[in-house]
Design a binder for this molecule. Structure first.
Ligand code: PMP
Length: 353
């Protein structure tokens, strides 16, 4: 607390990202980064953009990137927004669309940044409980609300909501914006992007951080009706005209163009996830049906927190959430096959096999 803080600053509870430790070299399975490097074409494009033009401001409309993303999904440029990571887009979307006079709905177990944004903008929230198997119950999201946000697949549970359920959700909330946060959709789900043609209240948010291995470049997208994209641009242009720099714009276009590389690395992550899921089950863990680049696992006898601490001692970092309902679970990002072999060996030692 400082006397210089505004009442708003004093009231905030900021998001705490997964740790990026510097004390020793860990096998990092705690922040859902992609273990494979970005496409070499992305590196070339960024190097090509590292030139004298950096003295000039970037294109505030991100036109080249917006067009590349529109053509990737068969959309019009007016249906696409590009931003500095999907977190920034989510922050803009909360401000642009959620109604402070009503209650914003999201799952009780979900991406923990949502409640941080809600607090920042003074929004009231209601947490809608996932069922016992951690599935989203769309019927529970039909009260008179001020907006809805759900990640699909959900984080940290990794489970996928079928498109049919998203249609139901959109149809039963025609007067509110429904945001589907698809940070992990490329690892086994079907995007809801096609539904934006039928539902003007749908905003689909994606990122290049996970499936394009570009967490360090900070690039995200939103797809939706023209009126929603206009709304995001109104907020953005009341905040910062140049959210995306020249290097990010160049790298992101190259990433979308190299679809073969994206498919190859994504398939590798999925194959590793399936193998690791079987191996942890043999070691006495239960695992949710992951369609993401991480698994969500719980051991039948050993406390998750103990496993977390012991893994850390052995140089393997995973994510533990000390919160009700999920404090017996660990979220483990999918690394390379070698990293996951080391993870499994460490687990074998911990569970005594
Ligand atoms: N949504 C979800 C569900 C996430 O897990 C993350 C990653 N922490 C993000 C959005 C933000 O990703 P980025 O800002 O890197 O695009």
């Amino acid at each position: 607390m400082s006397k210089f803080w505004s009442p708003l600053t004093a009231s905030l509870v900021p998001y705490v990202p997964g740790e990026q430790p510097k004390d020793k070299t860990y096998i990092k399975l705690n922040t859902n980064e992609n273990p494979y490097p970005p496409s070499p074409k992305v590196i070339d494009a960024i190097k090509g953009a590292a030139n004298a033009d950096l003295r000039l401001y970037p294109d505030p409309t991100c036109e080249g990137l917006v067009k590349a993303a529109a053509s990737y999904y068969g959309l019009r440029a007016e249906q696409v927004f590009a931003g500095n990571g999907s977190d920034e887009i989510l922050a803009f979307a909360f401000a642009a669309f959620f109604d402070p006079a009503k209650t914003v709905l999201f799952p009780d177990i979900t991406y923990s940044f949502y409640k941080v944004y809600a607090k920042l903008y003074g929004l009231q929230t209601e947490l809608i409980a996932l069922d016992e198997q951690f599935n989203v119950q769309v019927e529970a999201f039909h009260s008179d609300n001020g907006g809805i946000i759900i990640p699909n697949p959900n984080a940290p549970t990794a489970q996928l909501l079928p498109l049919e359920d998203i249609r139901t959700l959109l149809a039963s909330n025609p007067d509110q914006v429904v945001i589907i946060d698809e940070a992990y959709i490329d690892f086994g789900g079907q995007s809801a992007v096609e539904l934006i043609h039928d539902y003007p209240n749908l905003l689909v948010v994606q990122t290049l951080s996970k499936s394009r291995s570009l967490a360090g470049l900070r690039v995200g997208f939103a797809f939706g009706s023209e009126e929603l994209i206009d709304g995001l641009n109104r907020i953005k242009n009341s905040f910062n005209s140049y959210t995306m720099d020249r290097l990010a714009l160049a790298g992101a276009i190259a990433a979308l163009e190299d679809d073969a590389y994206f498919r190859d690395t994504t398939e590798k992550v999925i194959a590793t996830r399936e193998r690791v899921t079987e191996q942890v089950k043999e070691l006495g863990f239960a695992a949710t049906d992951s369609k993401a680049n991480f698994v969500f696992i719980s051991h039948k006898t050993i406390a998750a927190k103990d496993i977390f601490v012991q893994l850390r001692d052995k140089g393997v970092l995973v994510r533990y959430f000390d919160q009700p309902r999920i404090n017996e679970y660990l979220r483990v990002s999918i690394g390379t096959d070698e990293e996951m072999d080391a993870f499994i060996r460490a687990l074998q030692e911990i569970v005594g096999e």
